[in-house]
Design a protein around this ligand. Structure first.
Ligand code: 2P0
Length: 316
């Protein structure tokens, strides 16, 4: 019998940017995210008698990372039959969002269901973390916190049980001709920054403030803390002692200026960026169209899409 699970992607408001254990994927900081409704991965696993097989968006793929992950799950859950994994990403490339968070969360949930394991979400989160750190947060709707932990069992995410609020995220995709530095490599370089220890200390304080802002549904404060956290994360890339780099392009900088101008006009808008040049603008449902229009008036070729708060893992 096939088993299917759907997981939404998430955007970190307090970032994960560094590993204290690469084998276990233990992060150097705890992180907080917002799950996005419009972007998700739906994955079906079906036992077969031969070997693990992977189809992503209809194409047969031989992703070592996924094969390794399935073997990792076998170590935890006990040996299981080879699986045919069929995964469809509804994370349009035009959105400039990574799909590894939703992909590894959906695969973990579908596999556990197929094996009839009724595992708590915190355990699924812990297992998915080994595939991709950010996947640990994609089991929960709305806001989630990933506790950095000190070992494999203590590093997992859980829901922040936050009140409903009219938060929106405008995703602005800029073209990126340059070859990207992958997240894992980017983190490896960032931890060599002389400012890294300061960043860790600041991130711990921001985490406390962010939790409070979320509980108060204070979208302005959420945005302000998230922007500060993201920009200081990107400063680490520039100040890395080993192979300094930046994900920013000219368009990234222009968007950051537009966001700052919008704030001066009294519109709630704050920026956050991940391992790429795309900017995600934290705003309210009421202001999202205004933000989109301001971006397009200056950069007409930009792809923009507004996302809202999404739900946790869904089984068919
Ligand atoms: C985050 N990012 O907290 C941070 C902020 C990107 C920037 O998690 O190496 O694909 O697979 O654990 O989860 C993207 O990194 O990295 C990420 P791995 P992942 O969302």
């Amino acid at each position: 019998m096939p088993s299917t699970a759907t997981a939404h992607t998430n955007i970190a408001l307090i970032k994960y940017w560094g590993k204290k254990n690469t084998r276990l994927n233990l992060p150097t900081t705890s992180s907080i995210s917002l799950t996005l409704d419009q972007f998700y991965t739906k994955t079906t696993v079906t036992p077969n008698s031969q070997a693990d097989q992977l189809f992503i968006n209809g194409n047969a793929t031989d992703a070592t990372r996924v094969h390794n992950f399935l073997n990792n799950l076998r170590q935890y859950l006990g040996d299981f039959e080879p699986l045919t994994v069929t995964s469809n990403n509804h994370v349009p490339t035009s959105a400039g969002l990574a799909s590894s968070a939703s992909a590894f969360a959906a695969l973990t949930a579908a596999t556990a269901r197929e094996l009839n394991f009724n595992l708590p979400l915190t355990t699924l989160s812990r297992l998915a973390r080994r595939g991709s750190g950010s996947a640990s947060r994609s089991f929960y709707g709305h806001f989630a916190i990933w506790h950095e932990g000190i070992d494999d069992t203590s590093s997992f995410a859980e829901s922040l049980n936050a009140p409903a609020m009219p938060i929106a995220l405008v995703v602005a995709e800029v073209s990126d001709a340059a070859k990207k530095v992958g997240s894992t490599e980017g983190m490896r370089r960032a931890v060599t920054s002389p400012d890294y220890q300061d960043w860790l200390r600041e991130s711990a304080k921001q985490l406390v403030d962010m939790k409070q802002a979320i509980q108060h549904s204070d979208i302005e404060k959420i945005g302000a803390i998230a922007e500060k956290n993201a920009l200081s994360m990107h400063a680490l890339n520039l100040t890395a002692r080993q192979k300094p780099f930046t994900y920013f392009t000219c368009d990234t900088q222009r968007i950051l200026s537009i966001v700052s101008d919008l704030r001066h006009q009294g519109i709630l808008a704050f920026a956050t960026l991940d391992a790429g040049p795309n900017v995600k603008i934290i705003t309210t449902l009421d202001s999202a169209k205004l933000v989109e229009a301001a971006l397009l008036s200056e950069l007409p070729a930009l792809h923009v899409q507004t996302a809202t708060s999404g739900s946790g893992i869904i089984y068919d």
